[in-house]
Design a protein around this ligand. Sequence first.
Ligand code: ADP
Length: 240
Amino acid sequence: MRRDFVANVSHEIRTPLTVLGGFVETLQTLPLSEEERERYLALMAQQAERMQTLVSDLLTLSRLEGSPPPSVSEWMSMPALMRQLEQEGRALSAVLNPSSDRLHQLEFASLLEGQIAGAPNELLSAMSNLVSNAIRYTPTGGEVHVRTLVLPDGRAEFSVSDTGPGIAPEHIPRLTERFYRVDRSRSRGTGGTGLGLAIVKHVSQRHGAEFKIESTPGKGSIFTIVFPANRLRLERASSC
Ligand code: ADP
């Protein structure tokens, strides 16, 4: 497993490094117009950013593996978390569709007025990975619904559903493996590292939560995290 992992990381880093190296050489050897220089520098910045995201996701994963589970004494407000996710989600949709006036139809429904016990940075990281995936894989004009609610049995549910391409059943059990992707080019093209769902799975486990993936090819996907009732503290609730 370790050998596979090192091979995967090397492969993931080699591509942007090769591209960067190639551009550096071009800049060093070819006389370029100011406009061409600008274009090459922008592409180089993009590759450097890709490596940064990869290293940052790898560090997040190794921190998750190496530290004790988050305590139940730290509480995170769910409505506040939802506001942050909404801000980020709308910004991402706009960045991915710079020339389009038809963005995604995003809906954020906070039906859980309360707090979840856990590590705020981990919860934000897991939830924003799911929102970002839904937006990145759903074509413009499609819908993404993000929802929190209290289940009848007292557990707290966070779900992200989209009307994107969906995922064939044979891929679903493998999605939380590091670097597993259904469509490599689409993942890379939208800034994916292949580590997002591995992070979500780890964070869920550490919080005693259940992580579920349901999907229908051609229709869309639903990703759900269900937190145990003992990690939920309600201010005001509407259960369903
Ligand atoms: P990535 O960085 O490639 O998005 P993730 O671990 O977050 O990596 O996701 C793993 C793979 O699962 C993705 O490469 C993609 O193929 C698939 N996937 C994740 N979310 C969605 C979604 N909302 N719709 C369709 N496919 C998805």
